[in-house]
Design a protein around this ligand. Structure first.
Ligand SMILES: C[S@@+](CC[C@H](N)C(=O)[O-])C[C@H]1O[C@@H](n2cnc3c(N)ncnc32)[C@H](O)[C@@H]1O
Length: 185
């Protein structure tokens, strides 16, 4: 057994939590790697809501999903902080990949305020044992502010309602990503 990097570990958790027919969210669609996994996990009877503020991300993900003949995803060209306008049902899981789109404009980054607003709006819909994964890349300018804000917010969620996990290799160079997972009790 090898310890998984943060992103892989988030996928391992999603595979355990998400079942066919579920509603789930990819809060930062980017090139669609997480969207594809979620679409496969929920199957034809399920629904993935995807959000990104960049047209190029929505286009790249649309192409990726079409290649796999998946049509159970609604992609929204808007910030994840507007999730309450689209989410009306119980939520099994959500994933955020915080930072910038690796192949894109590195000045377009997620921010602590909007990330926290989005999480706050998702929590009331989260099903018991449902999870929100936050994969936090923070080596870029602005990234450490977001990391600190997200850590502060998630660390104060009431423990009678939520378990919050932190997962990171702490002896690696180049600020490896950190994973925070919120699970509804
Ligand atoms: C690290 S990338 C996501 C990578 C993606 N998960 C993938 O598989 O390629 C972060 C993405 O968040 C997007 N983003 C930035 N602010 C956002 C917001 N407020 N709402 C939704 N997406 C946002 C960026 O445009 C970027 O595509």
């Amino acid at each position: 057994m090898k310890l998984s990097p943060a992103l892989q570990y988030s996928h391992d958790l999603l595979k355990q939590v998400v079942t066919p027919g579920d509603t789930v969210i990819d809060a930062t669609v980017g090139n669609g790697h997480d969207t594809l996994l979620l679409a496969q996990l929920v199957g034809k009877g399920g629904h993935v809501l995807g959000f990104d503020i960049q047209t190029s991300a929505i286009k790249a993900t649309t192409t990726r999903l079409e290649a796999e003949h998946l049509n159970n995803v609604s992609l929204h060209l808007t910030g994840h902080q507007n999730v309450d306008q689209y989410l009306n049902e119980p939520l099994a899981a959500a994933i955020f990949n915080l930072g910038y789109l690796p192949s894109g404009d590195k000045s377009i980054i997620t921010t602590g305020n909007t990330t926290i607003e989005a999480v706050e709006k998702m929590l009331p819909n989260l099903k018991p044992n449902g999870i929100i994964c936050l994969v936090i890349y923070y080596g870029h300018p602005g990234g450490d502010n977001e990391r600190a804000a997200v850590e502060k917010f998630t660390a104060t969620l009431p423990q009678q309602n939520f378990n919050v996990l932190e997962y990171q290799f702490i002896n690696q160079v180049n600020t490896p990503p950190k994973l925070i997972v919120i699970q509804k009790r």
